[in-house]
Design a binder for this molecule. Structure first.
Ligand code: AMP
Length: 220
């Protein structure tokens, strides 16, 4: 729904460390680690990686953030992109944050009609060198198939094929959608309309984050 684009725009602005589990898995795939080899097959099919591995990756990043903060450097907190995606992950996150005296302040859902979601994913192309994201119709490069910034080759993600997209949407409905109730019950959930220009979505999420921080400060 544009979560990666929005997270990249918002993390520096909100002074948050971006933690994008999909990127962490793709980095492991690129590096050819054992974890990467296991993750590649799962991702290409449009399935979710096991909770245990996913949570371990996130805890590693939280430790990195804590180490930076202990030095008086680094971000105010974390901005998760694509995590948690299951109730088990959400519960593990709650425990991991509580151990660190932290909590989830805000959860943002970017709502996009399903048909549009399918069109966005089908037309998405990413630069094989620098990772920049394009869309063949909505955000095309100047030269077809070539990255404007680094000249790299634009490719389709293996999990953006119609079969993998269908699987990802089914997985979302079955195991990720229940998180909406989980976080609504905790009073931290905000819906943002994702069917409008990128800049407007960014402003809506930033406003939701500001409100969440203000509410959190009032609640102590
Ligand atoms: P994304 O870039 O967020 O669309 O993630 C790409 C793929 O990485 C997903 O389809 C999953 O296979 C895997 N992945 C990313 N985040 C998670 C997560 N929180 N739990 C399990 N698998 C994940």
């Amino acid at each position: 729904s544009g979560k990666g684009t929005q997270a990249e725009r918002l993390a520096p602005r909100l002074r948050l460390m971006p933690i994008a589990t999909g990127n962490l898995f793709r980095e492991a795939v690129k590096a050819g680690t054992p974890l990467g080899r296991e993750a590649k097959a799962i991702m290409d099919r449009g399935e979710l990686a096991p909770d245990g591995i996913t949570i371990a990756l996130v805890e590693e990043k939280l430790d990195e953030l804590a180490a930076q903060q202990a030095l008086g450097e680094g971000a105010r907190g974390a901005l998760f992109d694509g995590f948690p995606r299951t109730i088990a992950q959400a519960e593990a996150l709650e425990t991991a944050l509580a151990r660190r005296g932290q909590r989830v302040d805000a959860v943002v859902v970017i709502d996009v009609p399903r048909q549009q979601l399918i069109e966005r994913l089908a037309g998405r192309r990413v630069c094989a060198s620098c990772g920049l994201v394009y869309h063949v119709a909505f955000n095309p490069p100047k030269r077809v198939g070539i990255c404007d910034v680094c000249g790299g080759e634009l490719v389709q993600r293996a999990d953006d094929t119609p079969e993998a997209v269908a699987r990802r949407l089914d997985t979302y409905d079955a195991v990720t959608a229940p998180l909406l109730d989980f976080y609504a019950q905790r009073g931290v959930l905000t819906h943002v309309d994702g069917d409008r220009p990128i800049e407007e979505v960014t402003e809506a999420i930033a406003a939701a984050a500001d409100r969440a921080v203000a509410d959190g400060q009032r609640a102590g």
